[in-house]
Each structure stands twice: as C-alpha cells, then as structure tokens.
Write a protein that binds this ligand. Structure first.
Ligand code: G3P
Ligand code: MG
Length: 241
C-alpha cells in the first residue's frame, strides 16, 4: 500500500492558530508530511498567509487584507484569539514561511485565495518565491480559480498545480486539455464508484478530512493525500495501520 500524504490544513489548527509559523511547526512535530496554507496580497503587493479576506476572525483588528500595508498587517496579533500562549504570533509573509521551511523534506501546498478578489499579479509573485527558495519539487500551487492556475503554468511550466474542486465549482475536473498534477477534491464530492475516481485516484488530495472514519475509509484507496485539521490523528492512524 502506498503512503498517503498527511497534509495539515492551515497547519495543525487544533493545536495552534491557523496559518501561523507555530501551526506549521506543530504540524511537522506531530507527523504531518507537510501543510496547506492560503495566500493573498496586501495593499503594497506582499503575498501573506491568511485564509479569510479580512483579518476580523483571526486577529485583534478589522478590515480587508487588500487594504493593509504589509507593515501594518505584520504588526497585528494573530494568536491571542486562539490562546494567550500564542499572543506573539503574527500573519507571516509567504517569504517568511518558505525561508523557514525550505530545507525540510515536506509538501507545501500553497493555495492562491483569489476566488473573491483577483489580486492582480499574485501568480508571478508566488512563483518567484518558489523559484527563489528552489523548492519546485516541494510545492503544489492550488486554487479554485481555474484561469489563475492556467496562467501560473504559463509563468513556469515546471510548477506543480492542484485543481481545487467541490460541488459548487464549475471547473471541469477531468479536463483533458490541462494536465493537473493533483486534484484537490472536497471529501463530500468523492465518489469511489465513479470510473473517473479510479482513473485519477493517484492524483487525488481529499479535503478537509477530520473524522477517523473518513480517514480510515480514504486510506483504503491509493489516493495521493489527505488534507486534515487533525494531522496528529491521521499520523497515529497511519502508524498503527
Ligand atoms: O485546500 C483545501 C482547502 O483549504 C480549501 O478550502 O476554504 O479551507 O481554503 P479553504
Ligand atoms: Mg485553503
């Protein structure tokens, strides 16, 4: 049986505040093979790691990411909402994350969060950083924005691309004209009886898989990976399998 990659969703988010350096470190500590993170652009065009389009839920401030300079954004408290223990965590730049983890043998799934705001130029900025740290082999760039992925491939044909897909996505998942490296499918959209599933399962990364039952079921198929909020549970299951 092939190893299914254990990918921590926004880091180990049950143990540390999501999309922070602490969450990514904890993920690796508990046995994840890597992590997924979300990227947007600040007002001055810096790629930063945060999920929501606003800072409201995960910091001590309010407002859109696109309206903050990087300097102001990086000074927010991005940890206290989770626990006082993390009060010094900040919203990292993508550069900061990549320089911290570029020497680890891991998967880094960079999700371009450009389905609400398009963040002009985000693809080139992200690819430039991946090239700068020489980690093309470790990185998968994914997005719900099909056009953005197409453009990313034009910037550098060697970048690994993952198509994000759920029931509401209009992307043609099995588009023969575009060679995605991985298919990132909402676990509720996975139908193991579907002939397309069997044909593509070694490219499938299922998200976001949090129950032990779903983890066990999916590890019976030879899919590529599982994105989970609980990498610590998945790594325990894999250890005793
Ligand atoms: O990449 C899988 C998953 O992260 C996509 O949804 O909203 O958590 O970024 P979301
Ligand atoms: Mg994401």
């Amino acid at each position: 049986m092939t190893h299914i990659y254990n990918i921590a969703h926004r880091g180990a988010i049950s143990l540390a505040p999501e999309n922070t350096l602490a969450a990514f470190s904890r993920a690796l500590d508990v046995g994840a093979d890597g992590f997924e993170l979300d990227v947007q652009l600040t007002k001055d065009g810096v790629p930063v790691v945060i999920h929501d389009e606003t800072v409201n839920r995960t910091t001590n401030a309010t407002g859109y990411i696109k309206d903050f300079s990087f300097h102001d954004l990086a000074n927010l408290d991005a940890g206290s909402w989770f626990s006082n223990e993390f009060k010094y965590e900040t919203i990292p730049s993508l550069k900061n994350v990549l320089e911290t983890f570029c020497n680890e043998s891991i998967i880094i799934n960079i999700e371009l969060k450009n389905d609400v705001f398009s963040y002009l130029g985000i693809e080139k900025k992200v690819v430039d950083l991946v090239e700068k740290f020489d980690i093309l082999d470790k990185v998968i760039i994914s997005s719900f924005n099909y056009c953005s992925l197409f453009y990313t491939k034009k910037i550098n044909p060697h970048v690994k691309l993952g198509l994000l897909y759920d029931q509401n996505t209009k992307n043609n998942l099995f588009n023969k004209n575009f060679n995605f490296d991985t298919l990132h499918i909402n676990k509720n959209s996975i139908k193991s009886e579907d002939e397309n599933f069997n044909a593509t399962k070694n490219k499938i990364i299922a998200w976001t898989v949090n129950s032990k039952t779903n983890m066990k079921e999916l590890t019976n198929y030879d899919i590529y990976g599982i994105i989970t909020d609980y990498p610590e549970i998945l790594s325990q299951l894999q250890m005793y399998k």
